[in-house]
Write a protein that binds this ligand. Structure first.
Ligand code: 13P
Length: 287
C-alpha cells in the first residue's frame, strides 16, 4: 500500500526503531526493496533523488511503476514513495506525479528562506495527505549533484523548522553521503541529543546510512532517529555481485548474457543488504 510516511515514522519513534529509506534507481532496485520489505513484514520508504527520477525518465514513470509493482507483487506492508533532497520545483513535480511523501532540502538557503519555503510546502503537502521532511545543517559529501559541507545543525533552527509541522526532520550531525573516510570522527551525539531535546517527539532522519557502525546506529535510534537513509551500500553490493558474475565468465556461458540472468546476482545482493539493514534498524514485523 502506498502511504504517507507520517504514521509509520511516528510508530517507529515511539517503538524505538527506525524505518529504512532505500533509494531506488530502476526496476531491479524497486522490486528488490519491495520484496524484501514484504518478506520481513517491515514498513519501507523508497527514496528517489532528482537525478534518479530523471534517469528513470521522470517522476511520473517512477510513481506509475511503484504503484503498479505494489499491486502486481501483492505488497501489503506500508510503502512510502519519497522524494530525496528535493528542490522547491522538484517537490511540486513529485506532488503532481503522485508521490506520497517529499523532502524539501532548504538547508543551503538562509534559515529565513528555508522557513518560508518549508512553510508553504508543508501546507501544500498536508492538504493532499503527503508527508514532508525538511533539513537543517547539511549532510556532508555528494549525492546526485547535491553537495553538502557536513555542518552540524543548530538545535534552535531545528526547533524553528520542526514547529512548522513537518513530519520528519533531517539534522546534520556529522553524517556523510557515500563512503566514510578513514579519518571520519563519527556522529556528533552531542548535537543529536541537543536537537532531540528541542524538537519533542519529532521523528529524526539520519542520512548517509551507508557504513555507519552498528553501535552508532543503535545509539542514534535511542536519541530519536526514526528514519535511516541508505543508498550507496546497495550500489556497492550490486556492483560487487555483478562484477563477480562477469569476472567468472558467467555472462559468456550459455545464455548468461540474458539481462534477467546478468542482473540476478546484483538483485539478490541488494535484497541481502536491505535485509541486513531492516534487521539492524529493528523494523521487521512492524508492518
Ligand atoms: P548513503 O548513500 O551514504 O547511504 O546516503 C543515502 C542518503 O542519505 C540518501 O539521502
Amino acid at each position: 500500500m502506498l502511504v504517507s510516511a507520517k504514521e509509520m515514522l511516528q510508530k517507529a519513534r515511539e517503538g524505538k526503531y527506525a524505518v529504512g529509506q532505500f533509494n531506488i534507481n530502476n526496476l531491479e532496485w524497486t522490486k528488490a526493496v519491495l520484496l524484501t520489505a514484504e518478506e520481513m513484514k517491515s514498513p519501507v520508504i523508497l527514496g528517489v533523488s532528482e537525478g534518479a527520477g530523471k534517469y528513470m525518465t521522470g517522476f511520473g514513470t517512477v510513481a506509475a511503476m511503484v504503484k503498479a509493482m505494489i499491486q502486481e507483487l501483492n505488497i501489503t506492508v506500508p510503502v512510502a514513495l519519497h522524494l530525496d533532497h528535493g528542490t522547491y520545483d522538484g517537490c511540486y513535480k513529485c506532488i503532481k506525479a503522485g508521490f506520497s511523501s517529499i523532502m524539501f532540502d532548504g538547508s543551503h538557503y538562509p534559515i529565513a528562506e528555508n522557513v518560508e519555503k518549508t512553510t508553504e510546502l508543508v501546507h501544500v503537502a498536508h492538504k493532499l495527505g503527503l508527508s514532508i521532511e525538511a533539513e537543517v545543517g547539511s549532510i556532508g559529501g555528494e549525492e546526485d549533484g547535491v553537495v553538502g559541507m557536513g555542518e552540524c545543525a543548530d538545535p534552535n533552527e531545528c526547533k524553528m523548522i520542526a514547529d512548522l509541522g513537518v513530519d520528519m526532520l533531517a539534522a546534520g550531525i556529522g553524517n556523510i553521503h557515500g563512503k566514510y573516510p578513514a579519518n571520519w570522527p563519527g556522529l556528533s551525539f552531542e548535537t543529536l541529543a541537543a536537537v532531540n531535546e528541542k524538537v519533542g517527539d519529532m521523528p529524526l532522519v539520519l542520512h548517509g546510512g551507508t557504513g555507519i557502525p552498528e553501535d552508532m546506529i543503535k545509539k542514534a535510534i535511542s536519541l530519536g532517529v526514526a528514519k535511516i537513509n541508505v543508498n550507496t551500500e546497495c550500489q556497492l553490493s550490486f556492483a560487487a555481485a555483478t562484477r563477480e558474475y562477469i569476472e567468472a565468465g558467467k555472462d559468456q556461458q550459455g545464455k548468461g548474457y540474458d539481462p534477467r540472468k546478468l542482473l540476478a546476482p546484483g538483485f539478490e545482493a541488494i535484497k541481502a543488504t536491505v535485509r541486513e539493514k531492516i534487521e539492524l534498524f529493528g523494523s521487521a514485523n512492524k508492518a
